[in-house]
Ligand binder design. Structure first.
Ligand SMILES: [Zn+2]
Length: 353
């Protein structure tokens, strides 16, 4: 109430003992956050009110190899310019695919963007004069889900992200597990077959080489070369049995791997998200079979929810992270991602290759 996020309504006039009850309500536009998701070709930005309403979305083309800060500053300026009260923007969240040090808002490595040890948060905070929180896409989404989404009534859950990367967000006692150095997300590089194909990470038989979306599209059976996600959906709908068997096998590998994590952590609630969930009908049979063969019986039944994917999911996750970090009261200050000065580059990213 001191910060103006909540206002009092008329007092409850019904007579009773003690102080009259005073109802309150959220002031949705008292504060605004921006969320930006980054791909190798685009920046997708959303503007979010504190009740989670999205009031503005835009997509700009993006070149991750040069003038990175200027491009971010531009998209932030455009989002603010559309607001009646641009001064109410309290924070910016950025969602990046890759390993991100949450505490430093530094991208440790992003192979998709070709960035390494890039302190995007500090550089951008100076440029736009707002708190900037940079996060791995799955961590941002996990934070949003536990604060405002499917996980808001759950203390513990796993968020399985199925897209170009394969990741697993771990929420324990309502806190996202970041790992030492703040970059624990590489579930996709769990080894599932020592004789499997070579992974981009240099090891063999990672889950990623089977279940990453590019890898699924490249190795799916069918006429011609690599397929599109829409093409696969169409073939599945048309009753392509070979393709169904292929996808069932991917679901099975995912299920067995998630089953191991369920046993390890004792967390039996799983939220499944990401582009590849559009094939979930074909993946789920194998996934459940894989879980059934691995999960300890006393942990059953599991609670599995599949979240429909939308284009702006990562940007909304980034906005949710910014909102959580900027105004949430239930997180100890020491645990909030923040910006500290570091010796890392914050002007331009170092290329990985
Ligand atoms: Zn790997």
């Amino acid at each position: 109430m001191t910060d103006g996020y909540v206002r009092e309504l008329a007092a409850d006039s019904r007579a009773g003992a003690g102080r009259p009850r005073v109802p309150v309500e959220l002031v949705p536009d008292a504060a605004v956050v921006l969320g930006i998701s980054v791909t190798p070709t685009s920046l997708l930005a959303v503007t979010m009110l504190i009740d989670g309403t999205i009031v503005g979305t835009q997509t700009l083309t993006f070149d991750p190899s040069s003038s990175v800060l200027a491009q971010f500053t531009d998209v932030i300026g455009r989002q603010r310019a559309e607001l009646a009260h641009p001064e109410r923007v309290v924070a910016v969240g950025i969602s990046v695919s890759g390993a991100v040090d949450q505490a430093l808002s530094t991208v440790r490595i992003s192979t998709t963007l070709n960035w390494q040890d890039f302190n995007l948060g500090a550089g951008l905070q100076r440029a736009v004069n707002l708190p900037v929180f940079v996060s791995n896409d799955l961590f941002a989404q996990s934070t949003r889900e536990v604060s405002f989404g499917l996980g808001r009534n759950k203390d513990d859950f796993l968020l399985l992200g199925l897209g170009y990367g394969v990741g697993l967000g771990i929420v324990n006692r309502r806190r996202v597990f970041f790992g030492a150095g703040g970059s624990s997300t590489e579930f996709g590089h769990m080894s599932v077959d020592p004789n499997g194909p070579l992974c981009v990470c240099g090891n063999n038989g990672c889950l990623q080489v089977y279940a990453g979306l590019d890898e699924v599209l490249a190795s799916a059976p069918g006429p011609g070369g690599p397929q599109s996600l829409a093409g696969l959906q169409q073939a599945v709908a048309g009753g392509d049995a070979e393709l169904s068997g292929f996808l069932d096998g991917i679901g099975y590998r995912l299920g067995r791997s998630v089953g191991g994590v369920v046993n390890l952590l004792g967390i039996g609630t799983v939220i499944v998200a990401g582009q590849t969930t559009s094939l979930w009908q074909e993946l789920s049979g194998g996934f459940n079979r894989g879980l059934g063969e691995t999960v300890l019986k006393f942990l059953l039944p599991l609670d599995i929810t599949v979240k429909a994917w939308t284009e702006s999911e990562d940007a909304v996750g980034a906005a949710g992270l910014a909102l959580h970090n900027a105004i949430s009261l239930n997180v100890p200050l020491a645990d909030r991602a923040g910006i500290v000065v570091s010796a890392l580059s914050d002007a331009e990213p170092h290329p990985v290759h």
